[in-house]
Design a protein around this ligand. Structure first.
Ligand code: ATR
Length: 294
């Protein structure tokens, strides 16, 4: 429960998706509201009927809801119901944050911003680097656009289904002409023709409860990694991260991306500037609720 009193002036933000029961976003935003003194509460709204999505977004606007997060399966479909879309979100082709304007909501992608801030936090710069994405689904799409935006020299997308890796390469190439792009079969990761790279793990392989799984285990691939960022945050250390650490390679989980995507949405809605100390408090809270959940 938020510590602050809910009053007539309290603004509402929320999450739409299906399912939404297991989300950590209420913990992030209600803690941020308490810490920053914003008169705001956040809750989750399951939208079970996909045909009701447009009505849900319009209804939210008419009810004065300040901002929304959007999750699976609506991150693409919601774009039809918006009055504007941020250019990065447009390139990614997915929106996870709706920000109120005078005549409707504008869409942003703070998954992308969250990953950028998480990498910055770890001192990882993508500029001029080789980057390997493991996976080519929705999460990989935000990461791929980030790599291009940040000026990575080469992006190799490794996926079990190579055709999907190639179509993500094509989607990046449609907007960016400087980055070298390569699609590659994940099963052959060990023979990837690059000497060193930063790895961003974007599949759901190894996610709780299937913690013994790893998308790749070939030492020939792992040895060449400079640093590894795994988007999974349950468990705290994936099998893939463990294998990397055994080779002396620094590896982090996706907790900071989760944190920073939330912080970025909150800042867009409220105009507040969340301090590093406040973000650290939210992170502690997230760690606690993640542990309780497992
Ligand atoms: P998300 O939105 O989390 O990215 P997604 O769009 O369904 O989810 O993408 C899941 C990713 O995990 C894909 O890259 C998928 O590979 P395929 O495109 O070949 O399906 C990858 N993935 C899922 N299960 C996998 C497995 N057992 N081995 C390797 N890759 C797997």
């Amino acid at each position: 429960m938020p510590e602050q009193e809910i009053k007539g002036s309290t603004r509402l933000c929320g999450l739409i998706g299906d399912p939404v029961r297991h989300t950590f976003s209420p913990q992030i935003h209600n803690t941020l509201a308490d810490l920053t003194g914003q008169d705001l509460v956040y809750t989750a709204f399951p939208v079970e009927n996909p045909e009701g999505l447009d009505a849900a977004v319009r209804g939210a606007f008419e009810l004065g809801i300040l901002g929304m997060n959007v999750t699976v399966p609506y991150k693409q479909d919601v774009m039809k119901s918006l009055v504007g879309i941020d250019p990065a979100a447009e390139r990614i082709g997915a929106v996870n944050t709706l920000v109120r304007t005078d005549n409707g909501y504008k869409g942003y992608n703070t998954d992308y911003v969250g990953l950028r801030r998480a990498l910055e936090d770890k001192g990882i710069s993508l500029k001029g680097k080789n980057v390997v994405l493991v996976g080519a689904g929705g999460a990989a799409r935000s990461a791929a656009i980030l790599c291009a935006e940040e000026g990575a020299a080469c992006l190799a997308i490794l996926n079990r289904t190579v055709e999907k890796a190639q179509s993500l390469c094509d989607a990046v190439a449609a907007h960016y002409d400087k980055i070298k792009l390569l699609s590659f079969d994940l099963q052959k990761a060990g023979s990837l023709p690059l000497d060193s790279y930063i790895v961003i793990q974007c599949t759901n392989v190894g996610l709780y409860p299937k913690v013994q799984e790893t998308p790749v285990s070939d030492p020939a691939f792992i040895r060449k990694a400079e640093a590894v960022y795994d988007l999974i945050y349950t468990p705290e250390e994936t099998r893939f991260m463990k294998l990397c650490k055994e080779h002396g390679i620094p590896a982090w989980n996706g907790m900071d991306m989760l944190l920073w995507q939330g912080v970025s949405s909150f800042e867009l809605w409220t105009g507040a500037q969340v301090t590093a100390a406040q973000a650290e408090i939210v992170k502690k809270k997230l760690r606690k609720v993640l542990k309780e959940r497992q």
